[in-house]
Design a binder for this molecule. Structure first.
Ligand SMILES: [Cu+2]
Ligand SMILES: [Zn+2]
Length: 173
């Protein structure tokens, strides 16, 4: 009987979570040297965030892509302005015992034409005005595309090389 109670309690806690705000959405324009693109994120009925990425002008191959903790894209400083990964106190990468960061995403791949089209399902952050971590916190958030692939294990950011494009995330109109 006790375990039934415990399960009920867990059910109530998770369904009452401020993380689930169905319909909240953010988007951003990806810009880098010769690279343009679009990012959109939608918080779905399940509380899972649905992300779509499209980009052109991306060097052929695999590229790390993450949500970074500051919504500031300054090309002049190599997009260092975007800060580190949205981390929530966790370690980087799906291959880490205490990972991944909420902002860690699977690598995207560009073919010879330089096109990227990808979709992801992610849990672990909110797009709304509540929840922790959330994309639209005081200093905002961004998405960064890297020169090389994320190895999903190296700290603090998967050894994915320089930052080649950046998108500031904003509440969708
Ligand atoms: Cu990154
Ligand atoms: Zn990370």
């Amino acid at each position: 009987m006790k375990s039934v109670y415990a399960m009920l309690l867990v059910g109530l806690l998770s369904s009452g979570s401020a993380l689930a705000a169905e319909g909240d959405s953010v988007n951003g324009t990806l810009e880098g040297d010769g690279i343009t693109g679009e990012i959109s994120m939608l918080e779905t009925a399940s509380g899972t965030v649905h992300i779509k990425v499209s980009a052109q002008g991306v060097p052929e191959g695999a590229h790390g892509i993450h949500v970074h903790e500051v919504g500031k894209c300054e090309a002049a400083d190599g997009f260092k302005s975007a800060g580190g990964h949205l981390a929530a106190g966790l370690d980087h990468g799906i291959q880490s015992d205490d990972g991944p960061h909420p902002g860690d995403l699977p690598n995207v791949h560009a073919g010879a034409q330089g096109m990227v089209n990808a979709e992801f399902f992610v849990r672990g952050f909110s797009l709304g005005t509540e929840g922790d971590p959330r994309i639209l916190d005081q200093d905002g958030s961004s998405v960064i595309l890297h020169a090389g692939p994320d190895d999903y294990t190296s700290q603090p950011s998967g050894d994915s090389g320089s930052r080649i494009a950046c998108a500031v995330l904003k509440a969708a109109e």
